[in-house]
Write a protein that binds this ligand. Structure first.
Ligand code: UD1
Ligand code: CA
Length: 460
């Protein structure tokens, strides 16, 4: 059997994106565009994927590693020239080649297979894949002859006013017999206006001596080319909808799903509820019956069952079962919160762990601390972990009550069953079972107001 190859064109700069990254490496929902494409191609009938790289090739090669073969296009002289760069890899091989642009992340596995099969069944030498767009701006237009056969593809900038009105557009996807392809590519003439070799010219070049067929895609959105940041937002919307739908069908409730973004590798168990304006990304796991959001961002976190997280930011952290986080909490850099905790308003926790039934309900900073069970951080109490040069550790045992506005100056060890008086600045370790008071004794000066303030007022 002849083999099936793909050539993915990803050497271009992506000038219309107006960003530094090469276009095909640009992330959609934090995953590079090219990865969507290769991931899907790997699950089609295609035997080998060849990616044409050029502009910032190392960025794309870093993303794809050795899961594909590469062809290099040293100078970006257009899509025809890009395909020709794969000549040394493919020209000698018998088979068919599926060509697609590296900026088409929405095309499905099924559709790819259907296109390949249609090419084979129709016995075409070249199959051109097209679709209809109500607004065809920026796509090449499909020109058909009087018999309805494809005669040419004309780029928007080269279109006459009549041609501009054509709504059938070139998807940029073609299936073509290998040996014919490389013969024809060499005949493409440079487009003088753009100084580029257009791949689209193979249609007019093959028109008389080869069998050209067409495949019109109904789900036209799948064929959209992502050329600018507006298109990025549209593609992301489709990807987001698809992911959310799968979670909802799996028993995850979403309130206003169009405001909810879930990454590809996120696992959410049935019975979870997600409120509006919530983003969950990275390798996050959300266990059953958790309520997440509204207005919450979670990245690379493990959130256990029956937790509640609202109006909060959680990065690279974990939350134990039955705990509540927020409103307005910030967990980061390995904050490992135990079960049945309450982490409340304006509390930041960094690189620290807590046992069960621990609370920091208001206005605390806990950094570089190992905290036991049943510890209560009073409002405004903080670990003072940084001396201006180095970070230091605070250890707190079980059953510790920390009064309001306490400074725990690290390195520090507070043993179990300890009370710390409000307003203390603790610099020494506290032994088990103590009450620690570390603040100045209060002085009340009698008759101060009458002696000082009143005479002043009567001077007027
Ligand atoms: C291209 C088609 C257009 C079609 C549209 C569909 C041509 C001339 N035009 O236009 O008919 O409607 O796709 O989305 O083919 N690339 C290279 N090397 C180059 C130039 C481009 O590898 O020298 C790559 C780009 O990285 C990109 C792909 O080829 O992934 C397509 O290039 P792009 O500039 O996006 O083509 P369009 O203008 O969208
Ligand atoms: Ca494009």
């Amino acid at each position: 059997m002849d083999k099936i190859y793909s050539i993915v064109l990803a050497a271009g700069k992506g000038t219309r994106m107006k960003t530094d990254l090469p276009k095909c490496a640009y992330p959609l929902l934090k995953k590079p565009m090219i990865e969507y494409i290769i991931e899907k191609l790997e699950r089609t009938l295609i035997d080998e994927n060849v990616v044409v790289v050029g502009h910032q090739k190392e960025v794309l090669m870093e993303i794809l590693g050795d899961r594909v073969s590469y062809a290099e296009q040293k100078e970006q002289l257009g899509t025809g020239h890009a395909v020709l760069s794969a000549e040394s890899r493919l020209a000698e091989k018998k088979g068919i080649t599926f060509i697609l642009p590296g900026d088409m992340p929405l095309m499905s596995i099924d559709l790819t297979n259907q296109i390949i099969k249609a090419h084979q069944e129709m016995g075409n030498d070249l199959t051109v894949v097209s679709m209809y767009f109500e607004n065809p701006t920026s796509y090449g237009r499909i020109i058909r002859d009087d018999y309805g056969s494809i005669a040419a593809i004309v780029e928007e900038k080269d279109c006459s006013n009549d041609q501009k009105r054509i709504k059938e557009v070139n998807s940029g996807v073609y299936v073509v017999n290998n040996e014919d392809l490389f013969k024809v590519l060499k005949k493409i003439k440079k487009n003088e206006r753009k100084n580029e070799y257009y791949l689209t010219d193979i249609v007019s070049l093959m028109r008389h001596d080869y069998k050209i067929g067409s495949f019109v895609v109904n789900e036209s959105f799948m064929m959209m080319g992502v050329n600018d940041l507006y298109a990025v937002s549209i593609a992301e919307r489709y990807l987001r909808d698809e992911i959310n739908k799968n979670h909802m069908l799996n028993g995850v409730q979403m309130i206003s799903p169009n405001t909810i973004t879930i990454g590809h590798n996120v696992q959410i168990e049935p019975g979870v509820m997600i409120m509006p304006n919530t983003t969950i990304t990275g390798n996050s796991v959300i266990k059953e019956r958790a309520i997440i959001g509204p207005n919450t961002e979670i990245h690379n976190c493990f959130i256990d069952r029956f937790t509640e997280v609202k109006h909060s930011l959680l990065y690279d952290s974990s939350v134990g079962e039955y705990s509540t986080i927020g409103p307005f909490a910030h967990l980061r850099d390995h904050a490992e919160i135990g079960a049945h905790n309450r982490i409340g308003n304006f509390v930041e926790i960094k690189k620290s762990s807590t046992g069960t039934y621990t609370k920091a309900a208001h206005l605390s900073y806990i950094g570089d601390a190992i905290v036991g069970n049943n510890v209560n951080f009073g409002c405004g109490s903080i670990t003072v972990n940084y001396d201006g040069v180095k970070k230091h550790l605070t250890r707190i045992g079980d059953d510790v009550f920390i009064g309001c506005n306490v400074n725990l100056i690290a390195p520090l060890s507070v043993e179990s069953e300890v009370f710390i008086a409000a307003g203390s600045t603790v610099t020494e370790d506290i032994p088990k079972g103590s009450l620690s008071i570390a603040r100045n004794k209060q002085i009340n000066k009698a008759d101060y107001y009458h002696n000082l303030v009143k005479p002043k007022q009567s001077e007027e």
